[in-house]
Write a protein that binds this ligand. Structure first.
Ligand code: FAD
Ligand code: SIN
Length: 511
């Protein structure tokens, strides 16, 4: 077992982990990534862009208003203001690091439009390759930062606890299972989302909720777990994960039609295709429940300009033998983003001493019941900076950790039974804990989760974490007996004032 002592260990190398590691300078940092750097993150796949009030007709207050409207009454006004006030500075910082964002003919940043944004405020790169550009920029900064040791192909398994304080991370090398221990004064979880727990998702296969499950097992407080955002327009072809068809295409005027050629969104919501994401996703789901397929029609509004404006989506379409210049694009809703996560304060501090979280794994209170498009990359940047600042300030007080090399139990190797269980679980979650939920389905899901846990007592890392994630989401969804934002209950279709608050929980109270 290897034990290397650091001032801080950061788990995850997407936008949140990379930026947090940079911000921790000059502290000694271990940056852990379960894949080679640059792979296995949602950040790399982000298309639409990153929101910031930069237009002359815009302001942080208008951005905050849209964020709160999307959040369906649960967004915390204070942290939303932190987010939207800080956004322009974070864009400036990326530009200084070398990010090449798209510009208009006058040389100003080209601002795109997305659903539920009242202004054009989406900064993008390469048309629809924003995440890739940001990731590339941050990786090149990390590669030249002397205070960071990058540990690639290392999977974090558990937090190390000493008398209730988090003192680092127990991990293993993905190549040979060799245990590794990273004692550290500060631990930052930046492991991304949970999309893999659903059969249909836009998330990379690495999005198995590892950080959420690790924090849950360690006893951290978690929040907003029932709120899972489904993106309305994943490319409906037989690919897992499903390629995304960015919302920015609807921002340019593309319309949704069913296979009868009917445009259905205007009768669902006054903003039609630019209604909040949960509304559009459920409308598509409803069409499909009636036996109709749905297509995105960009022929009139984009047409021949498609390959130039949206090169990533164009490539996905061509690979599927679809020409979006002249054909509609088949789309379906897919699990995309988890609003819930590890509960953190405005500095990214979790409830356990020594633990911080940022990016999708965290629950800051910004997104409420439904995240506004392009606020996720922004939140990751804003909170990674705040986490860095908070840990640097606490550094003296953190002191030396007393743990030398204490790892959790070695995690079993995945078997064929694990793989079958993961498949079952993913189907179950999409069917019973998906876009529209009810008591019978949620109860059945929890019974099946119990059965899977009993049937496979020695499970590999993926199944071990996915079962925790599934239990947390299903339990929270069952407890919220109303519909709000992304959480829709067919047995409680209305919002209920009694539930107009965020929910906080611990694993011990649901297991
Ligand atoms: P990630 O970028 O997912 O990074 C997580 C990292 O943790 C990865 O490196 C992963 O390998 C690593 N990791 C995970 N578990 C472990 C472990 N146990 N041990 C070690 N390492 C681990 N948001 C926007 O704001 N704008 C967009 O345009 C946009 N488009 C999107 C398009 C797609 C297809 C998807 C899937 C999401 C999109 N989102 C968008 C959401 C946004 O991309 C993510 O929420 C954001 O990138 C999350 O960043 P992160 O750093 O928290 O996680
Ligand atoms: C998209 O490009 O549609 C995704 C944007 C987001 O998830 O914020």
């Amino acid at each position: 077992m290897t034990a290397r002592r650091y001032d801080a260990v950061v788990v995850g190398a997407g936008i949140a982990g990379l930026m947090a590691a940079l911000k921790l300078a000059p502290m000694r940092v271990a940056l852990l990534c379960k894949t080679p750097l640059g792979e296995g993150s949602a950040t790399d796949w982000a298309q639409g862009g990153i929101a910031a009030a930069l237009g002359i007709d815009d302001s942080p207050q208008l951005h905050a208003r849209d964020t709160q409207r999307a959040g369906a009454g649960l967004s915390d006004q204070h942290v939303v203001a932190i987010l939207t006030d800080d956004a322009p500075a974070r864009i400036e910082e990326l530009l200084e690091l070398g990010a090449a964002f798209d510009r208009d003919p006058s040389g100003a940043l080209a601002l795109g439009r997305e659903a539920a944004h009242g202004r054009r405020r989406i900064v993008k790169a390469g048309g629809d390759a924003t995440g890739h550009e940001i990731l590339k920029t941050l990786i090149s900064a990390v590669r030249t930062a002397h205070h960071i040791d990058v540990w690639e192909n290392v999977v974090a398994d558990d937090l190390i606890l000493d008398d209730g304080r988090v003192c680092g991370v127990a991990a293993h090398a993905s190549a040979d299972g060799r245990p590794l221990t990273f004692p550290a004064g500060a631990t930052v979880l930046a492991t991304g989302g949970i999309g893999r727990v659903y059969r249909y998702t836009t998330n990379p296969v690495e999005a198995t909720g590892d950080g959420l499950a690790m924090a849950a097992r360690a006893g951290a407080t978690l929040a907003d777990l029932e709120f899972v955002q489904f993106h309305p327009t994943a490319l409906a072809i037989a690919r897992d994960p499903m390629p995304l068809v960015t919302e920015a295409i609807r921002g340019e005027g593309a319309i949704l039609v069913n296979d009868l050629g009917e445009r259905f969104m205007p009768r669902v919501h006054p903003d039609a295709e630019l209604a909040p994401r949960d509304v559009v996703a459920r409308a598509i789901f409803e069409e499909q429940r009636r036996g109709r397929s749905v297509g995105l029609d960009a022929r009139a509004c984009i047409g021949e300009r498609f390959p130039h404006k949206f090169p990533t989506v164009f490539r996905f379409c061509v690979e599927a033998r679809i020409d979006p210049c002249v054909q509609t694009i088949p789309v379906s809703a897919a699990a995309h983003y988890h609003m819930g996560g590890i509960a953190v304060d405005e500095w990214g501090r979790a409830s356990l001493p020594g633990l911080w979280a940022c990016g999708e794994v965290s629950a800051t209170g910004i997104h409420g019941a439904n995240r506004l498009a392009s606020n996720s990359l922004l939140e990751a940047l804003v909170y990674a900076s705040r986490v860095g600042e908070s840990i640097r300030e606490d550094h003296g007080a953190l002191g030396a950790v007393s743990v030398v090399a204490r790892a959790g139990a070695r995690v079993a190797t995945a078997t064929a039974a694990d793989e079958q269980a993961v498949r079952d679980l993913r189907h179950l979650m999409y069917a019973n804990v998906g876009l529209v939920r009810d008591e019978a389905g949620l109860h059945a899901a929890l019974v099946r989760i119990d059965e899977l846990e009993t049937a496979i007592p020695h499970r590999g890392s993926e199944l071990r974490n996915l079962l925790v994630v599934a239990r947390l989401i299903a339990t929270a969804a069952r407890a919220r007996r109303e519909s709000r934002g992304s959480h829709s209950r067919s047995d409680f279709p209305a919002s209920d004032e009694a539930f107009a608050k965020r929910t906080f929980t611990k694993l011990e109270s649901v297991a």
